[in-house]
Structure formats: C-alpha cells, structure tokens
Design a protein around this ligand. Structure first.
Ligand SMILES: Cc1ncc(COP(=O)(O)O)c(C=O)c1O
Length: 443
C-alpha cells in the first residue's frame, strides 16, 4: 500500500469527522491523549453521540454499524429494552447502598445454573479484578506462588498477568519455551519471576513446562478465546487434563466466554475448570467482573467460617444496577439467540474468505463464538507467534476505510463481534465494505 493511498483514507476520515477532531483536541488538554488507552487509534478516535441497536452515531452525524459492541459486551446491541427496563427498575430502588439488595443473589444463581463448574461466585468490577482475585485464591489454596499463562493471552491489567501479552518475538525466547516479558512499564523488576509462559496450540510443550514447574505452580490461566487467538477445543481439553494430572489448578478466563454459548467455552468443550473468571456480559454493559468455581476453593473467601483467608470486597463490587443489567442480559441470551448469532458469524466469515480470495488478499478471519479477528496472514492463527508474524501494514488504512464506509470495528481489527440486533443485511454490508476497502487500499 502506498503512502498516498493511506493518506487518502485518512483525509476522507478527517473530512467526515471534524467534530470528533475538536472533541479529541479538548480531551487531550485534560487527559493524556484519551480517557482510556483502548480508545486511541491514529489519527484520532470518533466521538460517539448516541448508540441504538446495532448503530452508533458520531458527533458529526455519521452512522456506523457497530462491530465492536463495547469491547464485545453489547451482545444484544445497544439499549436492549429488557436491559434498560431492568436498570430503570433497579434505579427506582436506589442507586447503591452499603448492603446486599438481593439482586446479586439472583445473578449468582443464574451464573451457577448456566455453568456446571460454578458452585459459588463472587462479584467485582472488571475482568482485571476477577483474574486478580482468582489468582490469589489459587495461590492461597495451593500454597504455591507461580502462575502459568499463555503467550499472547490477555487477562487484564495487573502485575500478575500483564506479562507476555504482546512481546517482541525477538525477546520472547523459543516458540515452545517462551520467556516472560513485562508488557507495561512501571512493574517491579521481579514481576516476571512469578509467571511461567506457555505456548498456545502445543500440548507437548505445555505438558513439559507444567511437569517441570509443578511443585511451584499454583495455576494455569487460559483464555480459550473467543476471538483474538481462538484455540482448538481439543487443546483446551488437553490443558484441563494436563493441569489435573500434575495437581495444578486451571483458571479458565471466560471474560468473553458468554459469546460462545449459554454455559461459556467450558460448556462447549465439556470441561470443568477449578476456577473461572467473568466480565463484560455479566454486567450487561456496566462495569462488572465475577469469579467462581468449586465450593472448597471459594470457601477461602467466606467470613462466616472465621477470618477469611483471602479478602475480596470493593466499594462498587456487586453494584445493584450492574447486577440487574447483567441478569437481564443473560436472561435474553437463550440458545436460540446464540444459534442466530452463530449463523450470522458463519455467513460473515465465509463472505470475508470469499473477498480475500477475490481480491488476492493474504488474510484470515479467525473466529469463535460471535467474535472475529482479521489478520493479514495465511491462516490458521492459533498462536501468538502467528499473530506477531501477520502484516500490520494494512490495518490502519483498512480500519479507516471501513469507518469511512460506516462500519465501526475494534481498532486493531482483532476483537470484533456481532450483536443480536444485526441481520443479514448488516453482515453482507460489512463484507462488501471490506471488499471495497481492500480494492481501494491495495498497492
Ligand atoms: C480474556 C480477557 N480477560 C480479561 C480481560 C480484562 O477485563 P477488563 O477489561 O474488564 O478488566 C479482558 C478484556 O478484554 C479479556 O478479554
């Protein structure tokens, strides 16, 4: 792709979005660039005025079909009436109080009913907090300190897991024996000492590393993903078998898992993790996290049994409005809704594959559940090293090209998803928009 063509996508974008540019400039005066890191892409993000169903409307009046859906959370589309009504009902009872209001038990019941491995759950405010607390539980329960995570796996932003999320392969060691690399500045130098890195998609390497570290290893945390680096189900099952064989706990990160099925990825694979972590959909669009698992493990949190061995609380944890929204969203997510989403996702992936073939583009649509990623590499993409080897050159121009055509994806094209507010016309529209954008931006 030539610089002139890249500039042309950007100049169309700038012409369409002067109000967003003004909003971006004002924001940068009082926040470092943007309000949160994920908002930013070059040259500046669109500022959204309103969301409804599967559409976003920006401050300049442009309409987009939303394939980002609030980082995958809005699986029903925006402002689903069941969620809005549940929130309004809860608000009428009071925004929040420093006491249980009962609605949290209803959501806990729903989660334990849907997911066989959940005997008990606790609530927090984000996926980050959920993995933090699940890891503490695993360490306290086993009396061991090491955590194993997969290279390229993302489990939120705390020191135990923000390691090797997107390392420079040149610094990350051999593919079957990766070394831990801190992902963010500001971590203590010994943060990497507590983490062992495993490669995705390689059962033999996983077994060798787990066997070697078994005496120090509290847990393996695995995001089977739903989207960014989708894993084979038999690989997920193998990780469950390996951890069980060596007496190491398995934490399944299901923070995007309710994209896959009513019981998450674990129900699809037929496994029972020791602990599972949740976020996104469980809060129905409000800040949420949850973690849960076997009673014996979760009991370490129980203050009625004496002093809890692991403390977990938080001013906003189990917020009643979040609980009401999450419960309403889960209740709408019946098997039929999943079947409809899966049908649309199949149509999209086939459509994209046809477009890649038709336009001679070396690219892959990686998918699982109703999430999808576009990588400029031949597939399949099942390891971090495969993602790292993909051509990043076209991403920005294609992303801007799609915005210019009225399609809003995740800004690295890696964590896109459908919503139940879409129909075939939105899917076919995106396929044609990708075709048009690729034609326009290819070298
Ligand atoms: C698999 C996974 N785990 C954890 C997280 C962190 O969740 P949160 O952003 O709510 O802290 C994410 C966020 O995208 C995620 O996808």
């Amino acid at each position: 792709m030539t610089t002139a063509q890249k500039i042309s996508q950007e100049s169309i974008y700038r012409e369409r979005t002067p109000g967003s540019f003004e909003a971006f400039k004002r924001a940068g005066e009082v926040m470092p660039g943007v309000a949160k890191g994920a908002y930013y892409y070059a040259p500046y993000p669109v500022t959204i005025a309103r969301a409804e169903g599967c559409h976003l409307y920006d401050v300049d009046g442009n309409r987009y079909v939303d394939f980002a859906n609030h980082h995958t959370t809005q699986i029903l589309g925006h402002n689903h009436p069941a969620v809005v009504q549940a929130v309004e009902r809860q608000l009428a009872q009071g925004i929040a109080v420093a006491a249980p209001m009962g609605i949290e038990t209803a959501l806990a019941d729903e989660l334990c009913r849907r997911v066989e491995s959940l005997e008990m759950v606790r609530f927090c405010n984000s996926g980050t907090e959920a993995t933090l607390h699940a890891i503490r539980l695993a360490r306290e329960y086993t009396g061991r300190h090491l955590i194993a995570k997969f290279e390229g796996g993302y489990h939120g932003s705390h020191d135990a897991v923000e390691i090797s999320t997107s390392p420079d392969p040149a610094k990350a060691g051999p593919a079957d024996r990766p070394v831990p690399v801190a992902s963010a500045g500001g971590m203590p130098p010994n943060a990497t000492d507590n983490v062992v890195i495993l490669p995705f998609d390689d059962e033999a390497a996983v077994e060798a590393i787990v066997a070697e570290k078994r005496d120090e290893l509290a847990a393996v945390i695995l995001d089977p993903k739903t989207g960014v680096i989708p894993q084979r189900m038999d690989f997920v099952r193998a990780v469950r078998e390996i951890t069980a064989r060596y007496g190491v706990l398995l934490i399944l990160d299901e923070i995007v898992g309710f994209r896959a099925s009513p019981g998450g990825v674990q129900a699809q694979c037929g496994i029972l993790p020791d602990l599972s972590t949740y976020g996104k959909i469980v809060g129905g669009g409000f800040p949420a996290g949850a973690f849960g698992g076997r009673r014996e493990l979760m009991s370490l949190l129980d203050p009625t049994l004496g002093k809890a061995r692991v403390f977990q609380s938080g001013s906003f944890s189990a917020h009643p409005v979040t609980m009401a929204a999450g419960l309403a969203m889960l209740e709408v997510l019946t098997p039929d809704v999943y079947a409809g989403l899966d049908r649309l996702t199949d149509r999209l992936v086939h459509g994209l594959e046809d477009v890649f073939a038709r336009t001679g583009t070396v690219a892959t649509a990686a998918t699982s559940g109703s999430t999808f990623s576009i990588y400029f590499t031949g597939g399949p993409v099942r390891t971090y090293r495969a993602v790292a080897a993909a051509d990043k050159g076209p991403v920005s121009a294609v992303y801007l090209g799609l915005l210019n055509r009225g399609y809003y994806l995740s800004n690295g094209l890696a964590m896109n998803c459908l919503s139940a507010a879409m129909d075939e016309s939105h899917i076919d529209g995106l396929v044609e928009a990708v075709a048009g954008t690729l034609e326009e931006t290819r070298s």
